[in-house]
Design a binder for this molecule. Sequence first.
Ligand code: PLP
Length: 306
Amino acid sequence: MSGETKYLWMDGELKHWNEGSIHVMSHALHYGSSFFEGIKCYETSQGPAVFRLKEHMIRLHESASIYNMSLPFSVEELVKAVKDLIKVNNLKSCYIRPVAFYGYDTLGVHPKKCPIQIAIATFDWGAYLGEGAIENGVRVTISPWRKFHSSSLPTVAKAGGQYLNSILAAQDAQEKGYDEGLLLNGDGNIAEGAGQNIFIIKNNEIYTNAEDSCILMGITRETIIQLLMDLGYKVHIGKLSLGQLFNADEAFFTGTASEVTPIREVDKRSIGDGKPGAITQLIQETYFDVIKGRNNKYDHWLSYIK
Ligand SMILES: Cc1ncc(COP(=O)(O)O)c(C=O)c1O
């Protein structure tokens, strides 16, 4: 893959990138029994810094725990592993992908004695929604595939198998020439993008949804809510309808990979005037200052690699 680095971390050891192999009969490959995170490390004036590293590792533990998997490495050990890996790979910035999964033992659906394995890779990953997405905004289509309901699968868990739903939405969007798919939930309200949470702005007030809309509780979502409130904006958390989106002044996606990406069009309807709006631009600038260590107030969200 492009952007690969020299070493990865696997089950407590540093290995060369090409040694990160597993058996083809591993449980996770057949049933999606894996849990993962997407984390980013940014270049700052004080060297590389990972954004909200501990929170991501806590979510990794919690995703696994819902499925009764107890990870063999603590949050602190995983945090240290990420820092060691960034150091040994001599990186200034990178994307970080930890993945915990059931390995090779049985093919029964119940993983029983399958070993619990964990790997962490660091690599270079360009703009997730394509060049220019952050600056100009993206075009989005409503997915014909609904977001699965949290009574079927825990939407708060970042589990490999659950992403089949997102794959369908992302493929549909790209086949139709859009940048990303937006999934409605079983009630017909807005859930989230294939890999992002969504925010809507109307009359200078901010709207986003919550767990009961069947979403992943994004760490960027939580960050942005905090930053918007600190900027003095009123943030309403509740159900989001399609009508609200079509009538919005502005809308944007949030996610570790997508950061803050303006939504300029939904199914050929312009959002606002079809350009990134003023509040979206303000929150983008604020977010970039925070992740790049230019705002001391939020320095506690950064883990510096000294
Ligand atoms: C389905 C889905 N929703 C939301 C998000 C945003 O989550 P976060 O901000 O924690 O990256 C992601 C990204 O990982 C995602 O895959």
